[in-house]
Design a protein around this ligand. Structure first.
Ligand code: GDP
Ligand code: MN
Length: 417
């Protein structure tokens, strides 16, 4: 699960990680009011207005009208996702910029062409930047340890640094039994070429950041840029934080941080019905019981020349309710051209599943070919039930046969169920 920059910064602040003072708003009027009362009236002479979306690249991203696609301009210039305001009436300008952002679409290198609608804006105090660094923490699954990466090349796409000047990316792994050791913090600071006040400030920064990463059950943290001020203080200017969903059960506070509008609507709907669903960009909807079988089914579809439209594990109790919800979600995806149901009857009996499918089809209108492969307990009876139903299923006995029937269905020589 991902959260917004302003939420990440509030959490980091609680761990003593230096971040700038800021406030998130949902309207242009509030943007103006906050800019005035919280900043201008306090003597602040530079503020930054930042679009809050779950995607990076905002600084270079450009804002468009979501219907006409026209570029939004403020002060005669294309509006970007991050604007630093240092002159004029700061409150008026914050109002104008927020008005340009909210309700419009921000297109960045990470959002793709369709962009993302901006609904929240962060008004933050500006700061003087001496240098922009890069810092991230994530789990390196290949060695089963957390990986901390820093670089003197901040503010830019880190992929470019990794590719062109990999020696500028300094990496250390944290041994989970020993934890993050003080010498490792110093090793990173030396790697960045720091000394004096900035050396001390960095050691303190990274120690607190790692503590936050670990205690909050994060799966990743990226601070890009991590900046130094002319005084040598390190400050997190940006913050991207992702939580490890497996730890959700011990974090009831995450619920309040979730922004459903940033998530895929079909995944949200599936979650409400406790279906394990992940949307993909192919054309074959898959309904499977068990995560392993679902993965195998997706491979088989791919090998047969199709592309899976989703990962969907209906779980052990493949009953009418679950099957109809699964059908409804798959039918809401306009890219689905065929549905493959692959259920192994272990505890759940295949004849029950077959009857469940028939009942579900009375509730949900399915307009694409349906290929069914049922195996396990009472599989033969199940196939008989489907054949006798009068509905036009393509019934398969093996996975291979199912995959071939999917290809057949996609090439168009079949009728729909
Ligand atoms: P991203 O493009 O989505 O990663 O958004 P960032 O939060 O990283 O902001 C993009 C860029 O805006 C940064 O690399 C900075 O150069 C600049 N920026 C952000 N906040 C400030 C600030 O307080 N002062 C100044 N001068 N620049 C800032
Ligand atoms: Mn950034």
């Amino acid at each position: 699960m991902n959260i917004h920059e302003y939420q990440a910064k509030e959490l980091l602040r609680q761990y003593g990680v230096p971040v700038l003072r800021g406030k998130a708003v949902f309207s242009a009027v509030d943007a103006g009011a906050v800019a005035f009362t919280d900043f201008v009236a306090q003597g602040v002479s530079a503020i930054v207005v930042k679009a809050q979306i779950h995607a990076g690249g905002r600084g270079k991203g450009i804002v468009h009208d979501p219907t006409s696609n026209a570029v939004i301009e403020v002060d005669g210039k294309p509006l970007r996702g991050v604007t630093v305001v240092t002159s004029g009436n700061l409150a008026d300008r914050a109002y104008q910029i927020a008005e340009g952002l909210i309700g419009n679409k921000l297109v960045t290198i990470q959002t793709g062409e369709e962009g993302k609608i901006v609904r929240r804006v962060l008004i933050e105090e500006g700061c003087r930047i001496e240098h922009e660094y890069y810092c991230s923490i994530l789990l390196d699954r290949s060695v089963g340890k957390d990986l901390i990466m820093v670089s003197t090349e901040g503010g830019v796409e880190i992929e470019t640094v990794a590719e062109e000047t990999p020696e500028k990316l300094i990496k250390i792994h944290v041994d989970p039994t020993a934890g993050f050791m003080p010498f490792q913090a110093r090793e990173l600071a030396f790697g960045l070429g720091l000394s004096g006040a900035s050396f001390k400030s960095f050691v303190s920064f990274i120690t607190k950041l790692y503590k936050a990463y670990q205690e909050m059950d994060c799966s990743m943290m990226e601070i890009n840029p991590l900046v130094t001020t002319p005084e040598g203080d390190f400050i997190a200017l940006d913050a991207k934080v992702g939580f490890d969903d497996n730890a959700e059960y011990r974090h009831p506070e995450w619920a309040a941080l979730r922004d459903i509008e940033e998530e895929d609507p079909l995944e949200v709907e599936a979650g409400k019905h406790s279906l394990n669903y992940i949307k993909l960009d192919g054309n074959v909807g898959c309904m499977v019981n068990g995560a392993g079988l679902a993965m195998g089914t997706m491979d088989i579809i791919q090998l047969a020349g199709g592309r899976p439209a989703n990962f969907l594990d209906v779980g052990g109790g493949a009953n009418v309710e679950r099957i109809s919800n699964a059908f409804r979600i798959m039918m809401s995806d306009p890219h689905v051209e065929a549905v493959l149901i692959n259920i192994f009857g272990g505890i759940v009996r295949c004849d029950r599943v077959a009857n469940g499918i028939l009942e579900a089809l009375k509730i949900v209108e399915v307009t694409v070919p349906v290929i069914v492969r049922l195996d396990g307990t009472n599989a033969e009876e199940a196939r008989e039930i489907l054949r006798k139903s009068g509905l036009n299923f393509l019934v398969a006995a093996t996975l291979q046969e199912a995959a071939e029937k999917v290809t057949e269905a996609l090439t168009g020589n079949t009728v729909t169920a």
